[in-house]
Write a protein that binds this ligand. Structure first.
Ligand code: SAM
Length: 227
């Protein structure tokens, strides 16, 4: 939403948790930025309501989706346990994002329920996105209950089934994340220090006319001039 202000765009944000919305407004105040429109609620309903107006379409979709149950699982924070042992718990803590999860039953969320949330949300997004425009999804993979889950592959599969075309992935390596040694002497468990930005497009059905191409060129030129 802040990037919308930096790039002279109008944005609409959807967030279920008021705490994130309050943080956004606080940052806007600190940075003296005019807040964009944020709608509080479940993306599945909000986007469905927006799509009921057939004239309402968007130029770009950017989403930082929940990484399945990543925000609720225990972090080991330097403690270790043998396979099958209970977590030692001394320094163990829940993710600092836990407090942002409104409903405690979410911590038990099954992979299938997460996939349904993604499917429904991005199906509604597809209706709202103009043809020829892009959708970028932030997603990280996770290791839980003894195995590694390629959530980026799940996202690619689900969005492809909806009709999006996968155009590429950008790897976002977070240099601030520390490498940890997990499972030492027993097994190899990865330290995850990267996320993906998966880039999809809703392809055009009809080719652009010369007039439409010229209009896009002129608009891009205008935006570059402003920047
Ligand atoms: C990875 S966090 C991103 C947080 C924040 N928007 C950001 O960009 O830093 C995922 C967010 O999705 C929100 N969320 C989860 N399920 C949702 C739903 N059904 N509708 C709307 N937001 C949802 C969570 O509250 C959480 O804030």
């Amino acid at each position: 939403m802040l990037a919308c202000n930096l790039s002279n765009r109008n944005g609409i944000g959807v967030e279920i948790n008021q705490e994130w919305i309050d943080i956004y407004h606080k940052i806007c105040k600190i940075e003296s930025v005019q807040p964009q429109r944020i709608i509080k609620g479940d993306s599945r309903e909000i986007l469905h309501n927006l799509s009921e107006d057939p004239s309402f379409k968007v130029d770009f979709i950017l989403t930082d989706v929940p990484f399945w149950k990543m925000d609720t699982i225990e972090k080991s924070k330097g403690t270790y346990k043998k396979v099958g042992e209970e977590s030692k718990g001394v320094y163990s803590d829940k993710s600092k994002l836990t407090r942002f999860i409104p409903n405690s039953q979410d911590s038990q969320q099954k992979k299938h329920d997460w996939e349904l949330l993604i499917k429904k949300t991005f199906s509604e997004c597809f209706k709202l996105l103009k043809p020829g425009r892009y959708c970028a999804v932030f997603i990280g993979n996770m290791y839980t209950e003894g195995r590694y889950h390629l959530l980026n592959a799940d996202i690619a599969r689900i969005l492809s089934q909806i009709g999006y075309i996968l155009k590429g992935e950008i790897i976002w390596y977070d240099v601030n994340k520390k490498l940890h040694l997990y499972g030492i002497n027993y097994s190899w468990i990865p330290s995850i220090v990267h996320q993906f930005i998966m880039v999809f497009r809703k392809e055009r059905i009809e080719k652009l006319t010369q007039e439409e191409k010229d209009k896009i060129k002129a608009k891009n030129f205008q935006m570059t001039e402003k920047g």
